[in-house]
Design a binder for this molecule. Structure first.
Ligand SMILES: Nc1ncnc2c1ncn2[C@@H]1O[C@H](COP(=O)(O)OP(=O)(O)OP(=O)(O)O)[C@@H](O)[C@H]1O
Ligand SMILES: Nc1nc2c(c(=O)[nH]1)N=C(CO)CN2
Length: 324
């Protein structure tokens, strides 16, 4: 049975607004914010003249990093942005390192080391050489370059066309649910080794709670319906690394594990990974043991991949996936 043949009557498709990522794999909508670091002063031995190689001189570097800072704004955690102190050290090592003749080459090297940081989308580099050997009075000489990162994540970068097909289910019933899903898709699209090729519409449904933990049991809790979506793609990550990446994206969106099936800002489950059936390691059961009975997973999945099959013993509606 394909996932689109499942009865999903309790889930209604809401307006189609999940994305930011298209099925063709275009880069997701990202904010282009800037971190500017200017006046880095480092001694180096770059130059065309032998005297410059011998004596060295001061080089001054200005940087403008372009990146999306929304994850960091949400988490207030430096791991979700680019640490400017570390960038400064990387750049200082380049300038103090192996001499080159031209400022153009030095600027390229600086750009390369900054772009090696995964979150940097582009960088502007200015390399000044205020003590350059110029036989006329002058204030400064500077070479400026702007370089962009090679395509990553949803652009088909390091996930590679040969990766394993992957299906991830997203859910949110706390906070600004639609924004959380949109931002989570953007975060997943930036995970190295994961390429997103499609995002389902968002669907809305009543929370399915464990018996005895329904709304009446916690009158204080904000009660909202769930918004769910499914993303499909390919990955070169090892299975547990993929799960860890999903957990990082959850944590970056304020996920707190308080109770099983309880309200959450963001849940990201691995529904399917290349059709693998894995039941030995509780940390990652494949396919997800409850996916086959969850309309809030199967319906959006069927909308983004109508011909998809759910693998393993849970691969039919009547399957034995071990629910709940
Ligand atoms: N396919 C899978 N996808 C995500 N987590 C899984 C999977 N298989 C096993 N797990 C494990 O399940 C544990 C609980 O996951 P989580 O907190 O997301 O549960 P939940 O959302 O409350 O319930 P459910 O797993 O039914 O969606 C995780 O620590 C994870 O290691
Ligand atoms: N409607 C809905 N109910 C749920 C969901 C969910 O994503 N949507 N997730 C759960 C545990 O992962 C438990 N219940």
């Amino acid at each position: 049975m394909t996932v689109s043949e499942v009865k999903a009557s309790e889930v209604k498709a809401s307006e189609v607004k999940a994305s930011g990522v298209t099925a063709s794999g275009a880069r997701p909508e990202v904010a282009v914010d800037r971190i500017e670091l200017s006046g880095l002063r480092v001694r180096g031995r770059h130059g065309v003249l032998p005297a410059e190689r011998e004596l060295g001189q001061v080089f001054v570097v200005d940087l403008v990093l372009e990146l999306d800072t929304r994850d960091a704004a949400a988490s207030d955690d430096v791991v979700d942005t680019v640490h400017y102190g570390e960038v400064a050290e990387d750049v200082a090592a380049v300038v103090a390192g192996e001499p080159v003749a031209l400022l153009e080459r030095l600027a390229q090297r600086v750009a390369d080391v900054v772009l090696a940081r995964e979150r940097v989308l582009a960088v502007e580099v200015a390399v000044h050489k205020p003590q350059a050997p110029i036989g006329v009075a002058f204030d400064d000489v500077v070479v400026r370059v702007r370089r962009e990162a090679p395509a990553r994540g949803a652009d088909g970068g390091d996930g590679g066309p040969g990766g394993t097909p992957v299906v991830l289910a997203l859910g949110s019933d706390l906070g600004d649910r639609a924004e959380v899903l949109r931002s989570a898709v953007a975060s997943l699209a930036r995970v190295p080794g994961l390429v997103l090729t499609g995002v389902s519409p968002v669907v809305e449904s009543a929370p399915v709670r464990l018996p005895g933990t329904e709304a009446a049991e916690r009158p204080d809790e904000e009660q909202q319906p769930f918004l769910n979506a499914v993303v499909v793609g390919r990955t070169t990550l090892a299975p547990l690394d993929l799960l860890a990446a999903c957990h990082r994206v959850e944590a970056g969106h304020g996920r707190v594990r308080r109770e099983r099936w309880g309200p959450r800002t963001l849940d990201v489950d691995v529904v399917d990974l290349g059709g693998a059936v894995a039941r030995d390691d509780e940390r990652l059961l494949l396919p997800h043991p409850r996916a086959h009975e969850r309309a809030f997973v199967l319906m959006p999945w069927s909308l983004v991949a109508p011909a998809a099959h759910l693998a393993g013993p849970g691969g039919g509606v009547e399957g034995g996936g071990g629910a709940p």
